[in-house]
Design a protein around this ligand. Structure first.
Ligand code: URA
Ligand code: CA
Length: 434
């Protein structure tokens, strides 16, 4: 087989066979096929697209390029959840504990990642002593004991995807639905999930800016999952404004704690109940969504959710006292209100600009080597549809550097669109793809 022929075939709009897809994925992972040929193929795929069968084959070829985590030592159906990424998204810290408290095993491999804020692991590490470093045996034991463990992604999970994603990133071939869907699904499948609940974000703060392409991506991922024998459901959710009020690491952890105590923002609470209900359904814990929702609400109301977070923190070496007493968390040195420059109704909050402001403050990583500042970020006080009076605070900024505070404050003010007419609130859940 020659790479040249594969490029030509795809360039001419033909279908690649399973063997051909395996050939280029294996060859590229081993370093036997050069970047320039694979980038030409990616560009051909970008223009000519792939069908469902090719997309499923590419996914499985990337899964097989590395380790597949064996979670067979865990009793029950393992359901994983994945979010395509947004601003202020703290769902794992809430969903994990409530789903585990319902008796469903949560074996979560999370990342740190690049982004506006740190990933789930960075956030959990704000509990002093918390660690995700443990052998797989211990990870499995914890899930069997307390139904939840959060581990770091091993280096060798879908290595073909790592190489391909990095190549696509510099060759303008990221935004092809088949390539995105297979990239995300390969990592989920390699981390050992039996079933997958996807939270596909749509809007200014999301990868997919419009609903049509978000639904298309959702459908593609659900088809891949189904094709390879994993029950998969996708929920399309709004990311036209940040989720909840807090954006930052410790700030989001505190918001998650409040949500687990039943005092969380309504959008964040609703999203967790929706995603969690599907997780319970796919795990076959319940037979209908209403029953799932009742169980999860009761877990929050009774305090079993917050107790589960404490168990998780303690099991992985962290100090659970922080859960009862969030004032123990480190605080930023500058905490100041951001005052609205005019009055009116909030029409929009550019989520990606709020995210960039958090990044400027130091909440996220610009490069893999960046150190993140866990204490900084922003807490919004006004969301779409709210009214703000002149001189009223629309947000509170948490910073450790005066210059950065000034830049971020300006960005946050500019992210808000304020109008005179009353503004309708938009639904959080845009649709479900099964
Ligand atoms: N996230 C991924 O993991 N892969 C993509 O291709 C795009 C977003
Ligand atoms: Ca939030």
């Amino acid at each position: 087989m020659r790479m040249y022929d594969l490029i030509m075939k795809k360039r001419n709009g033909e279908e690649l066979t399973t063997e051909e897809i395996n050939f280029f994925v294996e060859g590229y992972t081993k370093g036997e096929i050069p970047d320039y040929q694979v980038s030409a193929l990616m560009m051909a795929i970008y223009f000519q697209k792939m069908n469902k069968r090719e997309t499923a084959d590419l996914t499985m070829a990337m899964v097989k390029s590395g380790e597949v985590v064996d979670l067979s030592g865990i009793e029950g159906i393992k359901v994983d959840k994945h979010s395509t990424g947004g601003v202020g998204d703290t769902t794992t810290l809430i969903l994990g504990p409530i789903v585990a408290a319902a008796g469903v095993p949560v074996a979560k491999m999370s990342g740190r990642g690049l982004g506006h804020t740190g990933g789930t692991i960075d956030k959990l590490e704000s509990f002093k002593g918390f660690s995700v470093d443990m052998p797989i045996e211990k990870f499995i034991e914890n899930v069997n004991d307390i139904k939840i463990a959060i581990g770091g992604q091993t280096a060798n999970l879908a290595p073909a995807d790592k190489k391909l994603y990095a190549l696509r990133d510099v060759t303008a071939t990221v935004d092809n639905i088949s390539l995105i869907a297979s990239s995300i699904m390969s990592k989920k499948i390699a981390s050992g999930a039996d079933a997958i609940v996807l939270d596909v974000k749509t809007g200014s703060g999301a990868f997919m800016k419009n609903e049509e392409s978000s639904f298309e991506l959702a459908k593609e991922m659900v088809d891949i999952g189904t094709n390879v024998g994993r029950k998969t459901v996708a929920i399309i959710t709004d990311m036209d404004q940040p989720l909840g009020y807090a954006v930052g690491n410790i700030l989001e952890v505190k918001e998650a704690i409040e949500t687990l105590k039943g005092n969380g923002p309504s959008d964040l609470t609703e999203l967790c109940l929706t995603l969690g209900s599907y997780m319970l359904l796919l795990s076959e814990k319940v037979t209908d969504l209403d029953e799932a929702r009742r169980i999860l609400k009761d877990i929050i109301r009774s305090g079993k959710g917050i107790e589960k977070l404490k168990e998780l923190v303690e099991a992985q070496g962290g100090d659970p006292a922080f859960v009862d007493n969030p004032s123990l968390f480190e605080k930023a040195s500058i905490i100041e209100p951001i005052i609205a420059s005019k009055e009116g109704y909030i029409k929009g909050i550019k989520a990606d600009d709020i995210g960039r402001a958090a990044l400027v403050l130091g909440a996220g990583r610009e490069t893999k080597e960046s150190e993140i500042d866990l204490s900084v970020g922003v807490v919004l006080h006004k969301k779409i549809g709210d009214y703000v009076k002149k001189g009223e605070a629309i947000a509170t900024i948490h910073a450790n550097d005066d210059e950065k505070k000034k830049v971020a404050t300006k960005m946050i003010l500019e992210a808000y669109e304020i109008v005179n007419e009353k503004v309708e609130r938009k639904p959080l859940i845009k649709g479900i793809v099964t």
